[in-house]
Design a protein around this ligand. Structure first.
Ligand SMILES: Cc1ncc(COP(=O)(O)O)c(C=O)c1O
Length: 305
């Protein structure tokens, strides 16, 4: 049962009702996709709400805008305070999704976006549970290729990039799969529309590098560290499409998806066709960390109250 209604949003430095956070139809971002966003999760452990890797998200938030010279006119501390402050203002006492974003405002049809172009920044949030079935999902390789660093850089988390993700998602749903997996421009495995991907072969965790058009995922980075601590080898390398069919386990990582097992790809069973043992072990460790049950990683979580 949902206990909080997100009455307030943060908009350009103030907490206001969402109906009061208005922009003009001349907003550049609506016309050209000039927006930057992040997705974070807040985890409630029945005593406190913890934001997972708050400052790592803020770092990527700022870096994304840098690529397009879109200015975030607030300090990291101000954004962090906006996020934790908004949780308090909405009296959030359950797990939630938090979406900070900034975008080019009224700038006509001018494509010469510079650091001086007008921008707005906002944070919204809402209650959020599981994105996918935790017992495993099916995936299909998309015929759409992932965007590439030579055209629309996938490492910048821009609103416009998700048009590519939408095409792949529409196609996979049409074909009856739960989620898409995209190939990069060379035909190697890249990532899912909103998640990084890992495969396990002979107890070694393998994930595509950023040069395969994969986002620098914060969950991916967390999983790499957790897996190494649990004694598994991890490697970032190109994965040819066919190799993923041979893997013992496959899972997606992302703030929204957390750690989601893939149990079939293109109709071919992965491993036993059930959630893999190592996926489960990593997922449990990750879940404990997010609610403050693993002191070793307490630096990854920021308490709200
Ligand atoms: C395209 C894409 N890849 C990967 C991820 C996973 O990143 P993270 O783990 O930082 O949420 C996301 C989500 O932010 C995404 O949108």
């Amino acid at each position: 049962m949902k206990t909080f209604v997100p009455k307030f949003v943060w908009f350009d430095g103030k907490f206001v009702k969402d109906t009061e956070a208005n922009v003009s139809v001349m907003t550049h971002a609506i016309h050209y996709g000039t927006s930057v966003f992040e997705g974070l999760r807040g985890y409630w452990n029945s005593k406190n709400l913890y934001i997972f890797r708050l400052y790592d998200h803020i770092k990527r938030f700022r870096n994304s805008g840098k690529v397009y010279s879109i200015s975030l006119k607030f300090t990291d501390k101000q954004i962090a305070d906006a996020i934790t402050g908004l949780c308090r203002k909405n009296n959030v006492r359950e797990s939630c999704y938090i979406r900070p974003f900034y975008f080019v405002g009224r700038y006509g049809i001018n494509l010469h976006v510079t650091e001086k172009s007008p921008t707005h920044a906002a944070v919204v949030m809402f209650p959020f549970g599981d994105l996918f079935n935790k017992n495993g999902i099916s995936a299909g390789i998309s015929s759409w290729r992932r965007i590439h660093d030579t055209s629309t850089p996938p490492l910048a988390k821009m609103g416009g990039n998700y048009l590519n993700s939408i095409l792949a998602t529409q196609e996979c749903k049409r074909n009856g799969y739960d989620e898409a997996v995209l190939l990069d421009q060379l035909g190697n495995i890249s990532e899912a529309p909103g998640e990084n991907i890992f495969m396990l072969r002979d107890e070694k965790l393998i994930t595509p590098p950023t040069s395969s058009s994969a986002l620098e995922g914060i969950t991916k980075n967390s999983v790499m560290e957790i897996a190494r601590d649990l004694g598994y080898k991890t490697v970032e390398r190109e994965i040819p499409r066919t190799e993923i069919y041979f893997s013992d386990e496959v899972f997606l990582t992302g703030t929204a998806a957390e750690i989601t097992p893939i149990i079939s790809i293109d109709g071919k069973k992965i491993g036993t066709g059930k959630v893999g043992k190592i996926t489960q072990q990593i997922r449990q460790t990750y879940a404990d960390i997010t609610i403050g049950r693993n002191k070793k990683y307490s630096h990854w979580i920021t308490p709200v109250y």
